[in-house]
Design a protein around this ligand. Structure first.
Ligand SMILES: Nc1ncnc2c1ncn2[C@@H]1O[C@H](COP(=O)(O)OP(=O)(O)OP(=O)(O)O)[C@@H](O)[C@H]1O
Ligand SMILES: [Mg+2]
Length: 239
């Protein structure tokens, strides 16, 4: 469960977030939409405890993020787009295990969990090969496995499919669907309206640091009598 109220963030004199509010329930996927610079990454980085908020409250699974960062971190998985950040010199297993260690998992738990993840993501053949020569899709799977080594109940995705080909994007989309089916609480930001429509229950549209609209996709389509892309452009377009 994610509950965000009055979230503010300043970067020097730039007010990046001006009182963001939204909630996401267990087993729900919230799509965070907004044009470049709207504040999506800043919001997600604050939720992930990578950045401190300047105002407002964030409660994850009943716990305040600012008061319990350590505990919260154990319940969060992060998959941010762009470079996968996989170490070429390490094997897939070592890359994944490293994140397990960062999350204070025991050696046995890490071993067991990697066996399981290698099986479900079909990585058994290359789990002990160095990642340097992996295809993008293979690296993508390692990045996914790494993000859930500690079996978090909350997953944060920031443009996870950006720059991927159709196959790579499909792997990620299926993973998000699985997270939902497993009852995780999911937020994901994207500029691709088709994948937002496919994966999200609700969307929140962020514009210049403020949520300008949110709701179930079907309800919003009815309210505006437009598809998601057109209503998005109407809400964030300069009028
Ligand atoms: N570390 C930083 N230092 C200064 N300003 C920042 C920093 N991070 C973000 N900002 C500013 O905060 C605002 C929101 O940026 P943010 O990265 O959250 O946008 P975004 O919605 O993720 O955009 P995009 O779709 O381009 O990824 C922008 O004005 C940006 O310039
Ligand atoms: Mg961003």
């Amino acid at each position: 469960m994610i509950e965000v109220k009055g979230l503010k963030k300043y970067f020097k004199d730039v007010e990046a977030l001006k009182g963001i509010e939204f909630h996401v329930g267990k087993g729900e996927v919230l799509g965070l939409l907004g044009e470049n610079g709207a504040g999506k990454t800043t919001t997600l980085r604050i939720l992930a405890t990578m950045l401190k908020p300047d105002g407002g409250t964030i409660v994850l699974n009943g716990k305040n993020v600012v008061e319990h960062p350590q505990e919260i971190r154990k319940n969060i998985g992060i998959l941010f787009g762009g470079e996968s950040g996989i170490y070429d010199r390490l094997t897939a297993r070592e890359n994944i295990a490293y994140y397990g260690e960062l999350n204070d998992m025991s050696k046995e738990d890490i071993k067991e969990r990697i066996e399981h993840l290698a099986k479900i993501f079909n990585m058994e053949e290359y789990i002990d090969r160095r990642a340097g020569k992996f295809s993008k899709g293979m690296k993508q799977k390692v990045a996914i496995a790494r993000s859930i080594i500690h079996n978090p109940s909350i997953m944060l995705f920031d443009e996870p499919t950006s720059g991927l080909d159709v196959g790579g994007a499909r792997i990620i989309q299926q993973f998000i669907q699985t997270c939902k089916e497993e009852g995780k609480t999911v937020i994901f930001s994207s500029h691709t309206m088709s994948e937002v429509e496919k994966l999200c229950d609700r969307v929140a549209i962020i514009h210049k640091g403020t949520i300008v609209e949110s709701g179930y996709i079907d309800d919003l389509k009815q309210k505006y009598e437009k598809d998601v892309e057109d209503l998005f452009l109407e809400l964030v377009g300069e009028k």
